[in-house]
Design a protein around this ligand. Structure first.
Ligand SMILES: [Zn+2]
Length: 240
């Protein structure tokens, strides 16, 4: 936090720098610029040029805007919690979805990332609960089932939750009493592999396992899918 604040303050003080002209490489930049550039480079899809562009764009902002930007970054870590039940991000634990008694606790939608929950919520087509895996299986990048929150998912299915809102039905789907699991993973190689793995693993535990219907383009990202496509995919979900 201190490093960041120092970077922001240093940049606010570098009012003389207003463009990239004359500065060929990031390594020639003054240290506060280089430091902040490195922070931006740590973000997905941001290369050295884009990172430098971000920093110089910030240099052109008024001081109070930079300070607000710094505070927003600090708040991000200080105020955001991870729900210990579904692993959604939230201001509270449990998250607002898990804590809402009006949600259908018999349906569980499995997603890779918290952003996917946001996309599905925007459709207003789904009223059940969620479980965030924290990614998808990826052999090339070495993402194995042990690195995803599958153990936690099985625990939700097998062990009664202390805040159960309805008693578990007998037989399959004990624990939280889940009757349907919707596998809402990206329609790409990793998403497919994860869906197949989970379907096999969960078959004996849950009466109905479905996946999103057709309509989502192969290789598409759930987070960026348009609302109508996502509504159709949810409505047209099919059993596997
Ligand atoms: Zn939650």
């Amino acid at each position: 936090m201190d490093t960041f604040t120092a970077c922001i303050s240093a940049i606010a003080g570098l009012a003389g720098f207003t463009g990239l002209a004359g500065l060929a490489k990031p390594m020639n930049f003054p240290p506060p610029i280089t430091r902040l550039t490195q922070h931006f480079r740590g973000l997905p899809g941001v290369g050295p040029r884009t990172a430098a562009r971000f920093v110089f764009a910030l240099l052109n902002k008024p001081d109070d805007e930079l300070r607000a930007f710094g505070h927003a970054l600090i708040d991000l870590k200080d105020s955001i919690r991870t729900c210990t039940r579904c692993f959604n991000i939230s201001l509270q634990n449990p998250c607002a979805i898990c804590a809402d008694p009006k949600r259908d606790a018999s349906t569980l939608c499995i997603v890779a990332r918290p952003q996917d929950i946001q996309a599905i919520e925007e459709t207003r087509e789904y009223s059940g609960l969620y479980h965030v895996l924290g990614g998808a299986l990826n052999i090339i990048e070495g993402v194995t089932p042990e690195q995803l929150r599958i153990k936690e998912l099985l625990s939700r299915l097998d062990n009664p939750s202390p805040d159960l809102r309805s008693p578990s039905p007998p037989g399959r789907g004990q624990g939280e009493g889940i009757k349907e699991i919707i596998l809402a993973l990206n329609p790409d190689l990793e998403g497919e592999a994860t869906s197949l793995y989970l379907a096999k693993l969960l078959k004996a535990r849950v009466p109905r396992i479905t996946r999103l219907g057709r309509g989502l383009q192969q290789g598409a990202d759930l987070e960026y899918a348009d609302e109508v496509t996502l509504i159709n995919a949810l409505k047209g979900r099919r059993e596997i």
